[in-house]
Design a protein around this ligand. Structure first.
Ligand code: HEC
Length: 179
């Protein structure tokens, strides 16, 4: 009886642990998507994540060019930063024929997410391979293969865990009845 109860405990504990792990990876995935969708919704009309100029400059490597504080101020209100006499702000404004970048209603945290996305652009944008004999690493495009595989593994894991929990509970229940 004691043994069975602890079995149930182990089952539940690993199940809870598994849920936490799943929640954690889901939030990490969500954070990436969030940076991407924020950028696409607010900035992509005028900026690329590469060095390519659109309406505004390409933002590749922007974090090595500008400080975080500068970026927060600029993105949230570029005109205010220009008016404050910031030399870099004035220079880039003049370089782009004084096109006004509209103030963006985004928080520092959202800017962090977008900067993260700019620093890690979509995998398909990375040049594929170096053309040498190193063909063992498959080139990942659009949807990476691990997504469906992970989904299947997770599903199997849930089924196995639920089955374990169910079996242990069933054993406890029947052994109680027998007593
Ligand atoms: C309507 C077009 C437009 C939108 C939308 C826009 N920008 Fe800009 N951005 C510009 C222009 C144009 C410049 C060049 C400076 C100027 O003319 O004011 C610029 C400059 C910048 C710079 C400075 C680049 C450098 O080299 O110093 C950063 C950083 C920047 N934008 C980030 C963003 C981010 C992040 C967003 C989205 C939240 C965004 N921008 C949305 C037009 C835009």
């Amino acid at each position: 009886m004691k043994l069975r109860v602890s079995k149930v405990n182990i089952g539940l504990k690993s199940f809870v642990f598994f849920l936490l792990a799943l929640g954690y990876s889901a939030t990490t995935l969500f954070a990436q998507n969030n940076g991407e969708s924020l950028f696409k919704a607010n900035c992509a009309a005028c900026h690329s994540t590469t060095s390519k100029k659109l309406v505004g400059p390409g933002l590749e490597g922007i974090q090595t060019k500008r400080s975080k504080e500068w970026l927060y101020k600029w993105i949230q209100n570029s005109q205010e930063l220009i008016a404050s006499g910031d030399k870099d702000a004035i220079a880039i404004f003049e370089e782009y024929s004084k096109i006004v970048m509209p103030a963006q209603a985004v928080t520092n945290e959202e800017i962090d997410l977008m900067l993260e996305y700019i620093a890690n652009p979509p995998v398909s944008a990375v040049p594929s391979g170096n053309g040498t004999s190193d063909n063992s690493i498959p080139v990942v495009k659009e949807t990476p293969l691990w997504v469906p595989i992970l989904a299947i593994v997770v599903l199997l894991f849930i089924i196995v865990m639920l089955n374990m929990v169910y079996k242990s509970l069933y054993q406890v229940a029947t052994s109680k009845n027998n007593n």
